[in-house]
Design a protein around this ligand. Sequence first.
Ligand code: OGA
Ligand code: ZN
Length: 380
Amino acid sequence: MLQLHDNGLTLSLPNADAAYFNYYWLRDNCPSSWDTDTQERSFDILAEADHLKPLEISDDADHLYLTWPSGHQSTYRKDWLSQWHTPNNDNAIGHGDIAIRARRSWYADHYEQIARFSFDDLITRPIKVADWIEALLDEGIALITDMPDSDEGLQQACELIGTVRPSFSGYAFNVRTEVKPVNLAYTARALELHTDLPPEELAPGVQFLHCRANDAKGGQSLFVDATSVANEFREHYPDYFQLLTDTKVPFRYTTDTQDVRARQRIIELDPVNGEVSGISFSQHLSDIFDMPQTFMDEFYPAFRKFGQMLQDPKYLMRFRLNAGECIVFDNHRIAHGRSSFIEGSGARYLRGCYIDRGEMRSTYRALRKEYPTVTDTQEE
Ligand code: OGA
Ligand code: ZN
């Protein structure tokens, strides 16, 4: 079948009897539209005349051929068109995306099973970097062992995945007690479960916390898979869940020279599949809520219930981070905190920085293409 309409055509494809394609889309995506050096589109659809329609059209078993009013000829593979066919008005499969993977929930007992990678392995074996990112995509957390005791070591680890991403705390931040702290983290007090920096317009995606010293009494690390919590919250309190996914609440961070503000949804949904993808949660960086006071009657019960569930010991993984270890986690999916420690009882020094999740997925796609998993190839 090959039928021309006003704005597009219908043809038979291996996976569809009557697949519709718009003419502008077809012209825009002629294989010749891409520059072979830059791999970017060099064709300009805006410069085409209105009411674009091919003059000639034909096909064979594997191809569709079009001739445009300009004389330009386009050839499309039918198996390629199949990938971009959009039945039932769904989005196309398109390129496919190996970086979209099912999240694996974990609970309080996860510490022994955390994926672990030695720094030297990661530096020397790209397949290990792909495995490491895979753990971050699936479980949201992984541990690097045998880190060098240097700022450069942390930067090197980050740069295996992406570029270090600055935040309102700079290119990296040092968590240790300070005489005049600008931030609760720089005291010996407990840090309740939180995600970092929701006052930023786009909070950092992946956090690295490199432990350089931890001899203090107390100061245990706390981690929670917030998607496990949010999924159960969704099941038991659907109305509360809806409220926390709909409402944008204000966050704020101030120092003498900064006043950073943004609104975030407390529970975030993955736009691709509607799964819970993360949370924005920080009581110490929550601004004064400014929603209508009558709305607070509904909001606070939902907010409190979710925050209380987050603290439920069933979800809480608690362990001591040791010098030479770097914990890496999805800052949207994993809530983290620490117990208080006794000031003066020993050195405690963590250095942290961030990279973005988009860059992590990009590195994963590129690396996996070159270094397939063992099950893909049956060998390493
Ligand atoms: C922070 C933080 C954890 C720790 O600085 O935001 O979460 O163990 N620190 O000190
Ligand atoms: Zn933090």
